[in-house]
Design a protein around this ligand. Structure first.
Ligand code: GLU
Length: 450
């Protein structure tokens, strides 16, 4: 391994011993940058990698809110402002009991390269809280979002840091946050938060963007092999907003999602989740209870396999893990490789453990695509939302979609070209890391050392 990368990895491990998710992503990204670092000895002289792995700023705060029984609840709040070399910090807010600093730092580090990969002027950041939105009333969600924003507002702004949603934080939560932000700053500064409802400064196409973008990316991967997406069968994990977008776009293009899953098990629907009734049901089911997808099987009379993941099923063309981090470990990866399915397209952030990812990449019969490229459509349309807010205009759904489509094609083709340029062949994972890294590095190199 390049000695500079090795040294930075060792230092990062020593400095952040209790942050496994963060170390996992740093290892994955840095090791794939070997040919770039070999070609640029000047980076070590200005401690570029050391600066890149250390967030520019970490904000941690207390969130106090009143529940419906008039008890005061206290949660932790986080915002990691990772790197703003390319533009204002941009990235989602995650509300989930699993949220801790390691997870927010891992997501922020990934986000920095993802946002760079879009080619748009945005830096990387991420935030969240250990607040559990499950089972909370509408009023509790609103009060929590207001309390969260009462602290966060002083750190964000349309030219500073522009949070959006992520797991457990959708348009409803973001728009409550925007309402509180507007009240506190006394200005209609829509661009400070993205993923808002369209009735309140949001962009058409934002809720579909991550799923649509993933399918546009998949189309390019298939085209590379001379294949059409029409008729393809997809197995995905998850049934949230991203999964729904994939189901919708796949249907529109003549493909179908025949497997999807929740924390309770997986569904096999051989006809595909492709009618408006089924798609609407997914949204309702998710809103009622994000922990169970079994009701779909009861409603539409198809198979539900409890407590299992659908990785390893043979009657599909593509796997798309779209739920959460580390869903696929080495054991599942072996099942995936044995199934003979060629395409493994990550959608959720870091859905694969590093050993599993390495193993899948080594399978000669497989093509592996990385989440930071595949799911970048979401943040891309968030940036388009900021652009509309700045111009005080609304674009049509078609205008937004056309731009999203172009961005996704660009991400794919620039990744392919970067890997080839460094003699790595058709390596979508390394290619994405290289493009993202190079853009951030280029900006940091000309902004001076700080
Ligand atoms: N949370 C999403 C992501 O990871 C969206 C971020 C955004 O729209 O800013 O990219």
């Amino acid at each position: 391994m390049n000695p500079y990368i090795e040294r930075v990895l060792n230092e990062t491990r020593a400095k952040n011993p209790n942050e496994p998710e963060f170390l996992q992503t740093v290892e994955e990204v840095l090791t794939s940058l070997e040919p770039v670092i070999n070609a640029h000895p000047e980076y070590e002289k200005v401690s570029l990698l050391e600066r890149m792995v250390e967030p520019e700023r970490i904000i941690q705060f207390r969130v106090v809110w009143e529940d419906d029984n008039h008890n005061w609840q206290v949660n932790k709040g986080y915002r990691v402002q990772y790197n703003a070399a390319l533009g204002p910090y941009k990235g989602g807010i995650r509300f989930d009991p699993s949220v801790n600093l390691s997870i927010i730092k891992f997501l922020g580090f990934e986000q920095t390269f993802k946002d760079a990969l879009t080619g748009l002027p945005i830096g990387g950041g991420k935030g969240g809280s250990d607040f559990d939105p499950r089972g909370k009333s509408e009023a509790e969600v609103m009060r929590f979002c207001q309390a969260f924003t009462s602290e966060l507002y002083r750190h964000i702004g349309q030219d500073i840091d522009c949070p959006a949603g992520d797991l457990g934080c959708g348009s409803r939560e973001i728009t409550y946050m925007y309402g509180q932000y507007r009240r506190l700053v006394g200005a209609a500064e829509f661009g400070a938060l993205s993923g808002k409802f369209v009735s309140s400064g949001g962009s058409l196409g934002r809720s579909e963007a991550t799923g649509y973008g993933a399918v546009y990316y998949l189309e390019e991967v298939l085209k590379h092999d001379g294949l059409d997406i029409k008729g393809k069968k997809l197995a995905i994990a998850g049934f949230g907003n991203v999964a729904w977008g994939i189901m919708k776009k796949a249907t529109e293009l003549g493909a179908k999602v025949t497997y999807f899953s929740g924390p309770d098990g997986y569904i096999h629907d051989p006809d595909g989740v492709c009618t408006p009734e089924k798609l609407d049901f997914i949204v309702e089911m998710r809103a009622k209870d994000s922990a169970h997808c079994a009701p779909y099987a009861e409603k539409f009379g198809c198979e539900f396999v409890p407590n299992q993941k659908c990785w390893g099923v043979k009657d599909v063309d593509v796997y798309m893990p779209s739920a959460t981090q580390n869903d696929v470990n080495l054991e599942w990866a072996k099942k995936i490789a044995d199934s003979g399915v060629k395409y493994y397209i990550e959608v959720a952030n870091m859905p694969t453990t590093n050993d599993a990812l390495q193993f899948l990449k080594e399978q000669k019969h497989m093509v592996v695509a990385p989440s930071k490229a595949v799911n970048a459509g979401g943040v891309s349309v968030s940036e388009l939302e900021m652009a509309q807010n700045a111009e005080r205009v609304y674009w049509t759904a078609e205008e937004v979609d056309a731009k999203l489509h172009d961005i996704m094609k660009n991400i794919y083709h620039s990744s392919v070209a970067a890997a080839e340029r460094y003699g790595l062949g058709y390596d979508l994972v390394a290619g994405a890391n290289i493009v993202g890294f190079q853009r951030v590095a280029d900006a940091m190199m000309v902004q001076g050392v700080f």
